[in-house]
Design a protein around this ligand. Sequence first.
Ligand SMILES: NC(=O)c1ccc[n+]([C@@H]2O[C@H](COP(=O)([O-])OP(=O)(O)OC[C@H]3O[C@@H](n4cnc5c(N)ncnc54)[C@H](OP(=O)(O)O)[C@@H]3O)[C@@H](O)[C@H]2O)c1
Length: 403
Amino acid sequence: VAKVLGTHRTRLLGRGIDAQIVAALVRDSTRQRDGVERSRITRDASVFLGADFDLAIEVLGGVEPAQRYVSDILRRGIPVVTANKSLLAAAGGELRTLAQQHGTSLLCEASALAGVPILGPLGRRPLAAGIERIAGIVNGTSNFILSRVAEAGVPIADALREAQALGFAEPNASNDVLGVDAAEKLVVLLQQIGIRGIRAGQIETRGILELSPADLAAAREFGGAIKPVVAAEIAAGRVEAFVGPAFVTEANPLSRVTNEQNGIRFSGALVGELFYSGPGAGPDVTAATIVDDVVEAVSSGPRVDAPDLDGRVHAAIAAPPSGRWLVRLRFEAQPAGRSVTHIVEFLAARGVWVQRSLDARAGSDRDWYALTHECSATRLDAALADLHVATKCETYALRVLEN
Ligand SMILES: NC(=O)c1ccc[n+]([C@@H]2O[C@H](COP(=O)([O-])OP(=O)(O)OC[C@H]3O[C@@H](n4cnc5c(N)ncnc54)[C@H](OP(=O)(O)O)[C@@H]3O)[C@@H](O)[C@H]2O)c1
């Protein structure tokens, strides 16, 4: 951010903005930082908070101590720009209320899809924000990994190492591959369209680690791709949402969002279908988005993205109770006499109707894939549990993200 402020100084001055870094809070004050005078760097929060500043940029990450510092600054009526989805997912509602109460701004464009600036416009336009469905790829690390597995047929662990070598994944990428980062971003997106009170931990969240190259090849045979998605449907005072890998059909533009790119689709009665894609993260694009928030914060009156919009506040959240499923059955060995027809009949007798099926590979290890018609999660779980008892096969089911 400091570098971008320096590089674009003339441009900012042209807009009447003379941005100077008067204090920078870090953990390690001995390290030199590009674009920041050494005397301005401190590891003492009270020195930082005691400095005379007109705006704060919060990029600490995590919930505490960020929440304490941001709350303190907002209470003083000083605007805050943050890129911190964990903070917003945990306390976005409270912080937005605090900013409103103290007549100041809280802007957070870089906290989700940092390089696709759509949060602010959504948050400021109550009709455009009357969105009923969100579906997106918001974690570039997972998308890169699954794209590599699909393309090169390498295992997840190898694709993760490649992502780390290329800088698309942190050394500790657990929050990315387990879906935690995506769940937090979904909470921020929901807040942005006026829905507060949802915690990331309440959302059905799965990681990508259980997937194999054969799963991604099977998805391609079925005419789609497995993508790490977030999805939410808002109806009748309730949010149905999930986070995790899902089968996305070719017709859905998210199936073509590859590598480290992010994509997001909004649908609603007034807005129709909106689709955006672009880089989700990266130092330069994130810093540019943060600096644009700074420009907005100092150029306009107090602005809080998504103040309480027309009471669209829902506390109830659940996983979608039903849908279509991509099911993988893994047999130790093909049980004699248990043909594909038998399995299809076994599932149908329990209310799970197979639409299409596919043998992924022959040999002693036998994977069998099926796309089902719509059925409830409860019914699917019961049928797969029965099948496990009858055949000892291991089962794994992915949700299908419909167009
Ligand atoms: N990187 C991206 O592309 C990207 C994109 C979108 C959003 N974000 C968000 O931006 C935030 C920062 O991400 P990052 O990748 O820039 O992380 P980072 O490299 O770890 O930077 C965090 C900075 O905050 C300082 N810091 C952290 N905790 C602190 C504490 N308790 N007290 C004082 N200083 C503290 C660190 O100081 P030291 O340098 O001394 O350790 C470091 O300068 C996160 O919320 C992240 O989700 C990042």
